[in-house]
Write a protein that binds this ligand. Structure first.
Ligand code: ATP
Ligand code: MG
Length: 403
């Protein structure tokens, strides 16, 4: 029988695990390694804290580089500063990946203003067009004598059209809103830059900020800042430096680094230990890689599974990691045979292998000539075979013997 006192765990590892969970937004003074970006953003928003017009900002940078975090924290701080100066600065934050249409995004902005300054104003859920939602926004801003309004449009590349941007940039000159309006546009798609340049009014392009991936030192500071998530003395010395070094080398993504540390803690917890070790970081990394591969193969046709399994098992058991289509096909046939299934043609397997290469799971290279293209293509798995097998649910099959 289970011990009821025991089933919920004792918290030997974590003290405040919420510090490591997605959605945790640290205060500005806990944001590390982004001083230059914060300062630049502060300069742009500065006039807004004194009742003047905030400059607009366009932010680019890869995923996990602190764009959303820094924008929110700095704007929130600007709001406080304005209050101290006797001015009113309001802001609204819209994640355009959740609100992709003009109407949804405009409604969300109005809704946030209603919640923050005008709780009597009820914003209809539907039956109202984007322009009406925007008119409500201007009305609320005017009614409450707001001096400056900052709209943060995150993941703006997901927003379907430009009307919201256009009207934000013109609301003041057209006389609809009496306050100054600034916009912060954020995107992690640098290739979107040109498109955005065409989309937005030149007044929105005052400042462009690029967020670079974090280096290991910055990641180390970010992680050290979350140490309180763990109980005293639980983290072994090498854990944070190792996480920071790995994440810095691989991607410079703070979200992934924080996730890795959290996952390592969870693995230690599962093992019933009272310390998080460097080996837990390796295990967390493997787990993340397995998940990534799982995601890549989800939705692939069923035979892809056997083809990848064949290649992974071959890679594991031979001295080489590169195999011709025909070798993979032969072993693939044995696998499906064993399952009592019919195999698909070699040509079809060849095409699926090419598709998998496209997905980033394997690499394909031509070796020598020949009329039959497929026969001379060699395939190499990019991830470790164990990772791929794990992602395929590690079916209990014999590995092929060396011939
Ligand atoms: N400078 C930092 N200091 C502390 N924590 C940080 C910092 N930068 C990022 N983080 C952590 O990483 C997470 C991801 O950062 P953020 O959401 O700002 O990334 P992003 O650049 O907006 O990425 P995406 O393009 O995927 O939206 C944050 O929630 C926060 O936990
Ligand atoms: Mg973001």
């Amino acid at each position: 029988m289970v011990d009821v006192d025991d089933i919920f765990g004792g918290g030997e590892i974590f003290r405040r695990r919420e510090l490591l969970r997605v959605g945790h937004v640290p205060e500005l003074d806990r944001v590390v390694g982004r001083d230059d970006e914060i300062t630049e953003m502060g300069r742009a928003l500065g006039p807004g804290t004194r009742g003047g017009p905030p400059d607009s900002i366009v932010i680019y940078g890869k995923t996990g580089t602190g764009k959303s975090l820094v924008s929110r924290c700095t704007t929130r701080e600007a709001q406080r500063q304005a209050q101290e100066n006797g001015a009113t600065l309001q802001y609204g934050y819209v994640d355009c990946s959740d609100y992709t249409t003009e109407t949804q995004a405009s409604r969300e902005l109005a809704q946030q203003l209603a919640e923050n300054i005008d709780t009597d104003h009820s914003i209809p859920r539907k039956g109202v067009g984007a322009a009406t939602y925007r008119d409500m926004t201007w009305e609320m801003l005017n009614k409450h004598n707001v001096d400056s309004f900052v709209a943060i449009l995150d993941e703006i590349d997901k927003l379907e059209d430009d009307e919201l941007l256009r009207s934000l940039s013109r609301a003041k000159e057209s006389g609809k809103a009496s306050c100054h309006i600034g916009v912060i546009c954020i995107s992690n798609k640098v290739e979107y830059k040109e498109r955005l340049d065409q989309r937005v009014h030149s007044s929105l392009q005052d400042n462009e900020l690029i967020f670079n991936p974090y280096d290991p030192d910055q990641l180390r500071s970010i992680l050290n800042n979350r140490r309180e998530a763990f109980q005293e003395g639980v983290l072994e010395n090498g854990v944070v430096p190792k996480t920071a070094a790995l994440a810095g080398r691989e991607h410079g993504d703070a979200r992934k680094a924080v996730d890795m540390l959290y996952e390592a803690g969870r693995l230690a917890e599962k093992d019933g230990l009272t310390t998080v070790r460097e080996s837990h970081i390796d295990a967390a990394l493997t787990k993340a890689e397995v998940n990534r591969v799982k995601q890549l193969i989800s939705g692939s046709p069923p035979h892809v599974k056997y083809i990848l399994q064949a290649l992974a098992l071959l890679t594991k058991s031979r001295n080489t990691s590169t195999f011709r289509t025909s070798e993979i096909y032969e072993f693939y046939q044995r696998l499906v045979d064993r399952e009592g299934m019919n195999s698909i043609s070699q040509d079809r397997v060849y095409r699926l292998l090419k598709e998998q290469a496209f997905l980033g799971l394997l690499e394909a290279n031509h070796t020598g000539g020949g009329d039959y293209e497929g026969a001379y293509l060699e395939h190499t798995l990019i991830s470790e075979p164990e990772v791929v097998l794990n992602a395929l649910d590690n079916p209990p099959l014999d590995t092929p013997r060396n011939e």
